[in-house]
Design a binder for this molecule. Structure first.
Ligand code: ATP
Ligand code: MG
Length: 237
């Protein structure tokens, strides 16, 4: 049995005192790929933002590596080993690729930064090629790889990705999914939100379906893919 890495219990959260997310509970096991799917406005981003400390829950508890992290600041949550890729392109378009990677490690105070950036360039040769170009001039897929690389420089145990394939060409999308698979192979646990549910569910060990802020279904990626009702609702028949 895999160990529980992240535990979410009875989580409610929202904006301006109104709960969007309602009493959501699930666990993410070590080394798995967990995927949150659901229609627009279901509360997927709200859930991820609450785990990362950007929103304070109105009730519920978030436990990471057996430690209560509910209500901690994003920086402190990052230091515990959780990184977060927000929805949209999380890069600085007017800075070069190299400068972006340096921004990615702003919170680190150690001396291994240069070495780690060199490792990133080995892993993602496309970034090395473009190191002196403005990040805003990269293709959408390349920008997303840069965002992932920035998150990776913080050596996360858990990486949370909010719609990493949004707005990408089918080809870039495949590259992003391959990159995500490779991260997981390297031992990073993933919690991701995806509109591209079919593709995401194919690689997900575990899926959580949100609807109107509540957990509607939970199971393996395959279980959602083969459930006729869910298929009709979320996967276009
Ligand atoms: N900053 C905000 N202030 C007020 N309401 C918000 C805010 N952000 C989101 N909401 C509302 O919360 C609800 C859930 O939004 P959320 O972004 O979590 O949905 P989502 O499942 O991520 O949707 P999408 O698939 O479109 O990204 C929506 O009705 C949205 O309008
Ligand atoms: Mg969203």
């Amino acid at each position: 049995m895999r160990k529980t890495l992240l535990k979410i219990e009875g989580l409610s959260s929202g904006y301006g005192g109104i709960d969007i997310l309602k009493d959501v509970s699930f666990e993410v096991k070590e080394f798995e790929v967990a995927c949150i799917i659901g229609p627009n406005g279901a509360g997927k981003s709200t859930l991820i933002k609450t785990v990362y400390g950007l929103l304070k829950p109105s009730s519920g508890k978030i436990t990471f590596k057996d430690e209560d992290i509910t209500g901690l600041s994003p920086l402190n949550i990052l230091k515990k080993g959780i990184s977060y890729l927000p929805q949209g392109r999380a890069i600085f378009p007017l800075m070069t690729v190299q400068e972006n990677l340096e921004m990615g490690v702003f919170s680190r105070r150690d001396t291994k930064i240069k070495e780690d950036i060199a490792k990133i360039y080995d892993k993602f040769p496309i970034l090395k090629e473009r190191r002196n170009q403005l990040a805003g001039n990269l293709s959408g897929g390349e920008q997303q790889i840069l965002a992932i690389a920035m998150a990776l420089l913080l050596s996360p145990t858990l990486m949370m990705l909010d719609e990493p394939s949004l707005g990408l060409s089918p080809q870039s999308m495949s590259i992003i999914f391959e990159t995500i698979k490779a991260l997981n192979k390297d031992g990073i646990t993933l919690l991701m939100v995806e509109q591209n549910a079919k593709k995401a569910l194919q690689l997900a060990d575990h899926a959580i379906v949100l609807e109107l802020g509540r957990k509607r279904f939970e199971g393996s990626g395959q279980e959602v893919l083969s459930n006729p009702e869910l298929k009709k609702l979320y996967l276009g028949g």
